[in-house]
Design a protein around this ligand. Sequence first.
Ligand code: OX2
Length: 818
Amino acid sequence: MMNAKELKKAIEDNVKVLYRKTIDEASKEQVFYALSYAIKDTIIDEWIATHKAYDAQDAKILYYLSMEFLIGRALGNNIINLGARKEVAQVLNELGFDLTDIEDQESDPALGNGGLGRLAACFLDSLATLNYPAYGCGIRYRYGMFKQKIENGYQKEVPDNWIKNGYPFEIKRSEYSYIVKFGGNVRVENVDGKEKFIQENYGSVRAIPYDMPVLGYENGMVNTLRIWDAEAITNFSLEQFDKGDYQKALEQENLAKTLVEVLYPNDNHYAGKELRLKQQYFFISASLQRALDKFKENHSDIHDLPKKVVFQLNDTHPTVAIPELMRLLLDEEGLSWDDAWKITTECMAYTNHTIMAEALEKWPIDLFKSLLPRVYQIVDEINRRFVEQIRARYPHNFAEKEKNMAILYNGQVRMAYMAIVAGFSVNGVARLHTEILEHQELKDFYEMMPEKFNNKTNGITQRRFLAHANPLLTDWITKKLGTDKFITDLPLLSGLKNYLDDENALNEFMDIKYQNKLRLVKYIKEHNGIEIDPDSIFDVQVKRLHEYKRQLLNILHVMYLYNKLKNDDNFDMYPRTFIFGAKAAAGYKRAKQTIKLINSIADVINNDKSINDKIKVVFIEDYKVSNAEIIFAAADVSEQISTASKEASGTGNMKFMLNGAPTIGTMDGANVEIVEEVGHENAFIFGLSSDEVIAYEKNHEYDPMVIFNSDSEIRTVLMQLVNGFYSPNNTEEFREIYDSLLKSNGHDRADTYFILKDFRSYAAAHEEVDRAYRDKKRWAKMALTQTANVGKFSSDRTIEEYVRDIWHLSKLRLDNAK
Ligand code: OX2
């Protein structure tokens, strides 16, 4: 890192060169660019040195293949990882600017939907911090996740052109571009007694990589996130074209334009769009071609590939990497099937992130075959051989096993099954999730190949979600522990246990929470125009909107509390602000109705003076990584209330815990392990267990009507959905939500997600929260207990486990390491 004087000069020079201005004339946005380029300058030598060290040490490299990297803003994070936050803030002050203001100028690169994409970003941070050689490989979507506007209570999607003004941290690497082919047909030629497969009449695009630096924390390591853009191939001479060629040229032009245009905004949901399969193949083919070329630069025998390269498939979205690697090894490298298969299966590992049936990718064979004719032939052969194995192993129940495991079945390509068959590792993302995979969802595979299965409980990076998001708490912990080593060694936070009975320390800890609440109050005032009371309990549910995550349970409970305040003179509650933040997939009607419901309820309750501000409801517009950091730091209570068994892990739960917010939640996903760390007495657990949910799903014995008929308070809440209480202008506004809770339809049971079933125990858990919070000392201790026990949930721990069990990487040595 340059010193203060150099940095100041660099910023001033950049403002001059970029904008022909002196610093006193520059806008905040211009200073943002000037500072970012200065920071990039300080990174660049280490970036180069890191990659020279890859080569010099002949390092094994991880390629983390993911359709999503929800990286969030880079500037602040890079400054943190350079260890330069205070110095940079100081320099900017001297120039008349505030670092937070300048950071706010950056668009928030939202190249992901939610937890899956954010996990990939946390992993990159940890890999670099732990000195592991790795590339993230993904897509440079022109439009990432849409921006959310709330109009009249409804979500409106607005395109987010994040690279409109240029993104200072990326570098275009045209010299590493590759051609990717789609469609056409395969011709077989006989060359010297060997079959050669030639794809012809195809359409193609050029894949161009853009590299972004991924900095380790104060260790001189700079890895790369490589995202691919598509360009039309234009090296044709027009006069040679007949009509057909011209048509083709236009199609190719069009394909290149649409291919990387937009991220599909579905979280945990498969939509089956052809363009999505094209996106998948596009970035996979380009990434693999590059990985093989890089390997071949320093190695002569392709059989050694598994010693130097490992590919991690982030869910099934990149699974086409399996037949694509086979294709490259067979058709380009000329290997035999057996050799190619051995290499492929030793290089590929698969992470499963969900058991939700609607999220499982199954491509129609016809579509797959016409888009990827040669790749399909290979899938067909992989399947044929695997089905033979099934037949040999299960001669007596072959048909059933084939139905449960074949890759090609019923006219579909089942991508998850291909990943399991070809991968050497299959992992879930929290202990409970992995158990459900082994014993329910994937039990036939587990029985046949148990050695592949393993658990890797998710984690989060404390560099972003503590050091950057919560500087006050970071400084306080540093003082208390006498070291800031927890920034790379999160279990050190257990040292805070010494302060659990120290009243001064507890007061300081809660005062920091209060300061962070004020910061959020200000944000909400500026962005939503709503005043909220920092002395109320901030009860927060922020995550994608999904039925299984049960934002509906939360808001129904708010309706219930409001009724109690209005009707029951003996009822009292500690003032609470219920804060929601969530994007709904653009086509997910029920989710969008839930957003409208939350906003309608906010309208009524926030404007009812008679309840003395005991309840406020806030829906924060456009929940994203940058405001998430402010929200986590300010939360008192963390809502993690998915139907047990449905949330594979959750990672927001860990971010709240890190920042000292106890969980109200079900025994689902990583909540189970959080409770294990903090102790049952320091969490508010309610609801059916995953076993109970799974049993009800099998035996169909749950009938929400029984609850509706017997519990008048719940009944009143439900009736308010359809009597215009919250929608006086349209009593039918929430009819579908009402129906979904009480009536089954063609495919879904009534109350599919057990909201009414869990309602009473959820309400009881909330009463417990209310009681606990009133006892200030008890609450402070409970809050500090969260932070003190969060050590396990660092993505540093997760990455070390992947390295130990799956990737087998060595730490890179850097001579210039600080
Ligand atoms: C999410 C899961 O829903 C969430 O539970 C998990 O924490 C996260 O992935 C990271 O592992 N799409 N998003 C997810 O799964 C899928 C599929």
